[in-house]
Design a protein around this ligand. Structure first.
Ligand code: GLN
Length: 195
């Protein structure tokens, strides 16, 4: 299995380290051609406006949509925003390039200034112990529609991860805590939905 990480901007190196620790072949993806031999792709956290603008500049938009139509894709934080169909009306940045594939509505920077960054132990179905999650100027997953379903929530009910077939989004950064279980979850998804 070979998993790429979109390496235009943001926390791509940390995903690569985690995937390599799990014994997976990896690629830093900087040009659309590099998508060709991948089984799945991670879009990292960072700044979704920058990732979007660079993706347009490097002619990534249609190749990424075509890739997602056939393969697994996982967006973390800014990557989640980029994969969303809709950005809500409260947060910042409603006018930015989006891949627009997941049937979710997100609000950027929606946890507010006081809680710019925070950690939370997440209870995840199928995980035998809580998952330590780091949120950094995280978006809120306001709504999952259609075939998208919320798979993880904070204690107060806020949705923080959703899945739609072979696509996964998390509003937190699972590559920063040294806990590979979400990466394993994604690899399993790619395995199950490939072929
Ligand atoms: N606040 C960033 C954005 O709106 C996301 C932050 C992150 O990816 N950690 O794109």
């Amino acid at each position: 299995m070979k998993i790429g990480v979109l390496a235009l901007q943001g926390a791509f190196a940390e995903h690569i380290v985690m995937l390599q620790a799990l014994g997976v072949e990896t690629a830093e993806v900087r040009l659309p051609d590099q998508l060709a031999d991948l089984d799945g792709l991670i879009i990292p956290g960072g700044e979704s406006t920058t990732i979007g603008k660079l993706a347009v500049m490097y002619n990534f938009m249609e190749p990424l949509r075509a890739f997602a139509a056939e393969k697994g894709m996982w967006g973390t934080c800014a990557g989640m925003i980029f994969m969303a169909k809709e950005i809500g009306t409260v947060g910042t940045g409603r006018d930015q390039p989006l891949l627009g594939i997941m049937d979710i509505v997100v609000e950027r920077n929606a946890f507010g200034r006081q809680v710019d960054s925070f950690e939370a132990d997440l209870i995840v179905d199928g995980f035998d112990a809580p998952f330590p999650a780091v949120f950094i100027r995280a978006p809120k997953l306001v709504e999952a529609k259609g075939d998208a379903r919320v798979i993880v929530r904070l204690e107060d009910g806020t949705a923080v991860a959703a899945q739609q077939g072979r696509w996964l989004v998390t509003s937190f950064h699972p590559e920063l805590t040294g806990d590979g279980r979400f990466h394993e979850y994604f690899l399993k998804m790619v395995e199950d939905t490939g072929e």
